[in-house]
Design a protein around this ligand. Structure first.
Ligand SMILES: [Zn+2]
Length: 273
């Protein structure tokens, strides 16, 4: 994963494995002046007025090379729901109000940009390449601990397969999210993970806390990578950001660190190159 410092001041991350337009925004380079949303807040309802959020989206679009009007990013509800979308869905969530909720998108239409919002949850961007190395289907997934438990990443791969993709054609970028260092969970949640993912996987990605008895630390990024791999995505096709959103207040918003007094980041992908 590389950090891009765009000429307009926006800082975002991208993966060398994915050849089409994509990016994981940081909090740097926007115009939000509210202390806790400064400065590239990309969600409504967090303290900025709508015009500020849309200007931030335009700045991120200019930096990463996508049309802000083409983005779909609906209200997220920690579900395992993945929708297949087209150009008719452009603008939903930012420029066009919608009551629909969704935590993942798939498309084979180059006119729409898929967007997922996070502030600790795991953003997963997927791109399928044809035999000539050209991207032909992309997906964006929002996977917090609920979405990870519900295996939304599997549904994302399933939706890509329905558009004609074979799992071995998929390349994945797992963006900045809360790291295992900071994602402490209690015994009941640990037990849920063990029940869903099995002993072997969980003993690799969930470890006991060194400080608190009866607490554990889960690696949500690697649990999602494991889900993709189990669907047939080759391990070498999966790029994982090592950045922890909770540990880096200068670069990222974090819900666990700042609770409701925080902004929200956006991760995007589309089929253009
Ligand atoms: Zn951390």
């Amino acid at each position: 994963m590389e950090t891009v410092y765009a000429p307009n001041g926006v800082v975002y991350l991208k993966s060398g494995l994915i050849p089409c337009t994509h990016g994981f925004a940081t909090r740097v380079g926007g115009i939000s002046r509210v202390r806790h949303t400064a400065s590239l807040n990309l969600a409504f309802g967090r303290g900025d007025n709508e015009a500020t959020v849309l200007q931030n989206l335009e700045l991120f679009g200019k930096a990463a090379g996508f049309d802000p009007q083409s983005v779909i990013s609906l209200r997220q509800v920690h579900s395992s729901c993945v929708r297949t979308v087209t150009a008719s869905d452009r603008g939903l969530g930012y420029y066009i109000q919608s009551d629909f909720c969704c935590d993942g998108y798939v498309t084979d239409d180059p006119r729409v940009t898929l967007g997922v919002k996070t502030a600790d949850c795991v953003p997963v961007l997927l791109c399928a390449l044809d035999s000539g190395g050209r991207p032909f289907v992309v997906a964006a997934i929002h996977a917090g601990w609920r979405g990870t438990l519900a295996k939304i990443a599997e549904n994302g791969v399933g939706a890509m397969i329905r558009l004609g993709v074979r799992p071995e054609q998929i390349f994945a970028a797992i963006g900045p999210a809360i790291g295992q260092c900071c994602f402490e969970i209690d015994a009941s949640l640990k037990d849920e993970f063990f029940a869903k993912f099995g002993e072997e996987v969980c003993s690799e990605f969930i470890r006991p806390s060194e400080r608190s008895p009866r607490k554990w630390h889960a690696d949500l990024k690697r649990l999602n990578a494991n889900l993709l791999h189990a669907c047939g995505v080759p391990a070498g096709n999966i790029d994982i950001s090592c950045a922890c959103t909770c540990c880096n207040p200068e670069l990222f918003y974090s819900h666990r660190r700042d609770r409701e007094r925080r902004g929200t980041m956006l991760s995007v992908i589309n089929l253009t190159t």
